[in-house]
Design a protein around this ligand. Structure first.
Ligand code: SF4
Length: 239
């Protein structure tokens, strides 16, 4: 088990060395899934702080944030997560009181796998190879299928406090109409940001990717959420 001091030093190195975020470097320190999960949980809290200014930044531009509870447009998108995020989601599913959410996830995950599992795996493989063109093409194909994340329950995220980093970035302004599947030449949704937020996201991404190495995984090998959570559930039940 790594001490707090060791974990803090690892996080500092992952956060500041671009080599870890690009996947070129693999951190030699091994961490347990619960240790890496705690690092991600801290990042989620820090993200909430960094994002607090976004509505004001939108208002300064005369715009309004369109993202709101009950809008599930981005829950049809491909969500790639690291092993620590999968651990946190699986742990939340196994909490007492989450039995219904767990049952619903396990009933829906195989259907998700059958319809978009192959294209999602292709996107993840392209991401792991650092092939952005192939990744975006597979991601677009996945979006066209419009299959809801198995953790979404009647429009809401059933595990909102444990949702992964990708689900926390968004911040579309004015309308969510462009968040769904669009023709190839359609403009992307308009997002609001500010330099401090972008710099936070860059750091968070470096840590997210870098943590993979501490768990013995190839850094860029993020996994589609339903696949990763199913595997993490199996591992936790095996313990
Ligand atoms: S984890 Fe939650 S927020 Fe993220 S895609 Fe799934 S339902 Fe939506």
């Amino acid at each position: 088990m790594a001490s707090r001091k060791v974990i803090d030093a690892v996080v500092e190195q992952l956060a500041t060395d671009p080599g870890y975020g690009s996947g070129r470097k693999v951190h030699p320190q091994g961490l347990r899934p619960e240790e890496a999960g705690a690092v991600m949980a801290d990042l989620y809290v820090a993200h909430a702080d960094a994002a607090r200014r976004l509505p004001m930044a939108a208002l300064d531009l005369g715009r309004e944030i369109a993202c709101k509870r009950g809008c599930d447009a981005c829950c049809h998108d491909l969500v790639l997560i690291n092993e620590a995020e999968a651990f946190l989601l699986a742990e939340a599913l196994l909490e007492p009181g989450a039995e219904d959410v767990l049952a619903r996830f396990e009933a829906r995950a195989p259907g998700w796998q059958e319809v978009v599992g192959e294209v999602a795996a292709r996107a993840a493989a392209a991401h792991a190879d650092g092939d952005r063109v192939r990744y975006l093409a597979a991601r677009h194909e996945h979006q066209q299928a419009q299959l809801m994340c198995p953790l979404n329950q009647d429009g809401d995220c059933a595990l909102y406090p444990a949702r992964p980093l990708s689900c926390r970035e968004g911040w579309v302004v004015d309308t969510a109409e462009r968040c769904g599947p669009q023709p190839d030449d359609a403009p992307p949704p308009q997002r609001v940001s500010y330099p401090g937020y972008e710099s936070f996201l860059g750091m968070a991404r470096r840590v997210q990717i870098g943590l993979q190495g501490t768990l013995g995984r190839p850094p860029l090998a993020l996994t589609p959420l339903p696949t990763a959570v199913s595997a993490a559930l199996a591992r936790l039940r095996d313990v």
